[in-house]
Design a protein around this ligand. Structure first.
Ligand code: ARG
Length: 583
């Protein structure tokens, strides 16, 4: 990867020029934002000159003289106040291209230090309506896990489903009194949610119903055989249906360790935290207070109330003995650290849970946990009207509904096109395009901003969409179909035309992009890269004849097409989006 290579050469140049680097300063190279002066750029001389109080341009010239990059660059210039600009040579680009078409990882090098990373994502709640937050979590989490794995980390994905909680009091009561068996068999998640909603409404209206539900919950928690049986059946039916959806979306989890998995660990955990002095009893509940170790504005156990900082403790056991979401999460951290030796745990969960995670992470740290825990937060999805997002039938949207509708719409579009494809082929294309479109609409957004959901936009063949990118891939494949296997690419490559150069450059930068995504856990960096790649490819295709060229030019251009094809497929794959050979 050029950036890493050039950075190490630059560092060597400082040494060769006899310039001592001040502590904490590492000279770096970035992809040039303005490519008129070069492909890569460094402002190291300027930063250093300030610290050493010397002339930045003179320093840059000194570094330039010591810089050994003949094998990579055709030009080095010092520009402006002291920028070093580097232009890659066509030969270096051609060499990269040869690697991209051969290498399993399309030239993306592995991370220097592989870590064990647990990715906690999706995690819907059983028998409660799934909301759009679960859609975002599912796609972002899956993509980040794929990227981390691709660059060489050991990734463990864990679906921490909400399979234990107060909702089961209502579900069990509803199950016993109003369950429709045939509906349950046809669509278990839907039936459980509607039973839950009905009982919830009844309990709100009638205190007596609420009491019955509470009674059912207590019986479940005490291990009553009938209630445990119902609970188990709810979990089983829901997971079975969820796995079908995940299957259609090509999403896999290594584990499904839901909240209930940690039930037995909760009492000892709370006892231990009391012993360690991390938790205290307050008004009957067991809570974690601030330990005053950080500034109030950074302390998750304090809240600003008018002019005062007031305690905002994290409750780990209620007065009635019940445990909470935070307790389960603390037990889950213990497990992931002990059983999996996690170096990092990533929580892909909506922004509203920020305080929860800040408290849980701080409490875990006080218990001596050194694993890096990161809350990868995201905003909401809005309907096209800017309000809460609804489906065609007017219901609030869950993952299942959205995917079904996307596939159905993509299927209609496939029918309208009618190009000699069989029904089975069209079904498969609709699955790939439909699922891919919803995923891409999500992943091309900055995760922290709210975004508007628009069917027409996401399924359009124009613009920054999955169909556009998949279509670009299909076009690269169709060239090779025309050749009917009659081509062997060789390493006889020469990059001469500006459009060839631009495409080779873009392709080479995938190596950098794939690593940058994880700096701030942003799949949209990858989506943007792929969109630019597809655009660069289209310009190349318009500017350069591929099939009508000859000799080295033809081989080079076909290699560019093959490399584009491979990078598009790999990149889309990292977003969890499959490709199709035709559409
Ligand atoms: N089930 C939770 C919810 O729907 C999300 C769980 C996220 N993961 C976790 N370890 N807390 O809000």
């Amino acid at each position: 990867m050029f950036r890493a290579l050039l950075t190490s050469r630059l560092q060597a140049a400082f040494t060769a020029a006899g310039i001592d680097l001040p502590e904490g300063f590492t000279p770096g190279v970035v992809i040039a934002s303005d490519t008129r002066f070069g492909d890569y750029q460094s402002n190291a001389a300027m930063i250093l000159a300030k610290q050493l109080k010397t002339n930045p341009r003179a320093l840059a010239e000194q570094i330039k003289a010591a810089l050994q990059v003949e094998d990579l660059c055709e030009k080095i210039t010092v520009d402006g106040p002291g920028f070093l600009n580097l232009t890659l040579s066509p030969a270096a680009l051609a060499q990269r291209l040869a690697v991209i078409v051969k290498d399993d990882h399309v030239g993306v090098p592995p991370v220097a230090q592989a870590k064990t990373i647990v990715v906690d994502f999706s995690a819907p709640n059983i028998a409660k309506p799934m909301h759009v937050g679960h859609i975002r979590s599912t796609f972002i989490g899956d993509s980040l896990a794929r990227v981390a794995r691709f660059i060489g980390h050991k990734v463990i994905t864990d679906n921490h489903v909400g399979d234990w909680g107060t909702q089961f009091g209502m579900i069990i009561h509803g199950w016993k009194t109003q369950l429709d068996q045939s509906k349950l068999m046809a669509d278990p998640i839907h039936e459980l949610v509607s039973v839950y909603k009905a009982v919830n409404a009844a309990a709100k209206a009638d205190e007596a119903v609420l009491e019955i539900c509470k009674g059912e919950l207590v019986k479940l928690q005490q291990g009553d055989a009938e209630n445990l049986g119902i609970w188990k059946e709810c979990v089983r039916l829901t997971l079975e249906q969820l796995e079908k959806v995940y299957g259609a979306l090509d999403i896999k989890f290594d584990h499904y360790l839901g909240e209930s998995y940690y039930n037995d660990a909760l009492a000892p955990l709370v006892a231990e935290m009391l012993n360690q002095g991390i938790a205290t009893i307050s008004e009957g509940a067991t809570v974690v207070f601030s330990d005053g170790s950080v500034k109030p504005e950074n302390d998750p156990f304090l809240i600003r109330d008018k002019d005062e900082w007031k305690p905002a403790p994290c409750i780990i056991r209620k007065g009635d003995g019940g445990y909470l979401y935070a307790t389960t999460d603390l037990a889950t951290i213990d497990y992931r650290v002990k059983e999996w030796q996690a170096d990092e745990i990533w929580y892909v969960v909506g922004a509203p849970q920020q305080l929860h995670f800040r408290q849980v992470f701080a409490a875990a740290q006080r218990r001596g946990i050194t694993t890096k825990m990161i809350h990868i937060a995201f905003g909401s999805i809005l309907g096209p009207d800017g309000k809460m997002f609804k489906t065609r039938s007017g219901e609030t949207v869950g993952l299942l509904e959205v995917i079904d509708e996307a596939i159905e719409r993509a299927r209609t579009a496939a029918d309208e096109k009618e190009q000699g494809l069989s029904d089975t082929e069209k079904d498969e294309i609709a699955r790939i395009i439909g699922g891919g479109s919803v995923k891409y609409a999500e992943l091309s957004q900055n995760r922290l901003t709210d975004y508007k959901f628009s069917w027409d936009k996401m399924l359009s063949l124009q613009g920054n969409t999955a169909p556009y990118l998949i279509n670009a891939y299909v076009r690269t494949r169709s060239i090779f179909r025309k050749l009917d296997g009659e081509v062997t690419l060789t390493e006889d490559l020469a990059i001469t035309e500006p459009a060839e150069r631009a495409l080779a450059m873009k392709l080479a930068q995938f190596a950098e992009n794939a690593h940058d995504i994880l700096d701030d856990h942003r799949p949209n960096l990858l989506a943007n890269y792929l969109y630019e790649l597809a655009d660069t490819y289209h310009s190349f295709y318009e500017a350069c004849h591929v099939l009508r060229s000859e000799g080295t030019a033809r081989n080079t251009r076909l290699t560019l097409c093959e490399a584009t094809s491979r990078v598009l497929k790999t990149g889309l794959g990292l977003l969890g989006i499959q490709t199709t050979e035709r559409m």
